[in-house]
Design a protein around this ligand. Sequence first.
Ligand SMILES: [Ca+2]
Length: 261
Amino acid sequence: MRLKICFIVVLTVLLNVLFTGCNGGHRPMHPDECLRCTFTKTPVIYLTPTFTVTFTITPTNTPTYTPDVMESDLLDNMDDGDNINNWGGFWYTYNDYVFGGDSYVVPLVDTPFYMQRPDISYKGYAARITGYVTTTFMYSYIGMGTMLNSLKNPVDLNKYSKIKFWCKGDGAKYRIMLASVYPDFMYFVGNNHYGYDFIAPANWTQYEIYLTQFTQEPYWGNIVERTLALSKVTDIWFQTTSVPAAPRDVDLWIDEIIFEK
Ligand SMILES: [Ca+2]
């Protein structure tokens, strides 16, 4: 009998421990309730997928034209549309009329020069002449020019190393000339100014010419030393060179004239 009582006491203690352990001993719990409380809810974590976004950049056409005025002096890019360059000089045209020729240039001689579109950037203007060169004068020509300042005061270009400009045209050969008033030149008789021949191709093309590449034409006019000639330049001319066997149409565009030191 004593053993039975003892067993009941032990069993009662055990049951108390079992049914009160889950809630801090406040009240007895149903076994099912206690079993549920032993399971801690595991939170469900929804992972947000990480996307790696890759941008595919489609290359555009590489422009061949970039404005270039670093360490340079821009004579004119014509984009203001007027007939005066950045240094204050006027643009004009000329032909061989003074030598009895009848070559024809547009814009007309002695009328205000005007710029035309489209230019190299497709945003502004460029200088252009059209017309034709005849055979009436044996050294026939037409051309356009611009003064280096408003008063035609001589400019010493020896401080520059090169000149750059863009051109396009009819594929013919033209000549850029640095017209000088150095006394050894004789106007109309000895104006064999330093120049450089270039082709005006169908598409805009940039020329970069060192001033040391400018030369006089052989066999005529006075020979003048280059640095002396370049010390008193008043104008830049762009004119036809080859004298045609028959009248020839002309189309010449010039843009973005830059001197670089
Ligand atoms: Ca322009």
